[in-house]
Design a protein around this ligand. Structure first.
Ligand code: HEM
Length: 193
């Protein structure tokens, strides 16, 4: 019952940013540069939901509530969804489907390169997120899903690279990634001992 309510809360919370964008879009509230607004908003939400996904395991370990793990996939898929929307806006609205220009951007601009790498890493995670895939891949599933640790690292790197010098907005996200990955390292070291 609690888990079902949590799932509903996750669905609502994760769809709210999209609803807000749709609302602002239809009421002319996206500001002077709507493309930038939407790109930034979806990028931020990709990172936030990725961090929420990474919170599941430490919370489960701290509270002992093992069922919590069952919302991890939902959160991960929402992160992937926002990453796809973010990328699609860049492809369609920012770059106007100019494939050679996009390739050049991916190869030449470091912040685009790492953002793209993050998105690419999310693809196999999303594709293999089903129970059937988990059973099929057996131990390799856990190995493959270690990739999830690299994605937020690439996400914050992408963020630092795109902000102007002196802007500190990526800092709280960097701290969150460091804490969440540091926690895992601590648990791993304790178990190895
Ligand atoms: C896991 C994948 C990704 C994450 C976590 C991510 C995250 C972010 C974040 C946090 C921002 C800044 C938001 C702000 O300024 O408030 C951003 C902006 C942006 N991202 Fe991403 N991103 C990802 C993938 C990509 C990809 C694949 C592309 C395109 C190839 C891309 C292109 C951009 C662009 C063009 C901006 C706006 C830059 C500007 O304002 O000048 N991102 N992204």
């Amino acid at each position: 019952m609690v888990l079902a309510r949590l799932r509903v809360a996750i669905w609502i919370t994760c769809l709210l940013p999209l609803a807000r964008l749709a609302w602002l879009g239809t009421t002319g509230g996206l500001g002077a540069n709507p493309i930038e607004f939407v790109t930034r908003s979806t990028g931020t939400w990709t990172l936030v939901i990725l961090l929420a996904t990474l919170c599941v395991t430490p919370l489960r370990q701290l509270t002992g509530w093992t069922e919590l793990v069952r919302v991890r996939r939902l959160l991960g898929l929402f992160a992937f969804f926002y990453a796809c929307v973010h990328f699609s806006i860049w492809i369609g609205v920012d770059q106007f489907f100019d494939w050679p220009a996009m390739l050049k951007d991916i190869l030449k601009r470091p912040f685009i390169t790492v953002g793209f790498a993050g998105l690419l890493l999310l693809v196999p995670l999303a594709v293999t997120s089903t129970d059937a895939m988990r059973r099929r891949l057996k131990r390799n599933w856990a190995r493959l899903h270690m990739l999830v640790y690299a994605v937020p690292v690439l996400g914050v790197l992408h963020y630092w690279w795109l902000v102007k010098k002196g802007v500190q907005t990526p800092f709280p996200y960097t701290v969150a990634v460091a804490v969440l990955l540091g926690w895992r390292l601590l648990v791993w070291v304790r178990r190895a001992r």
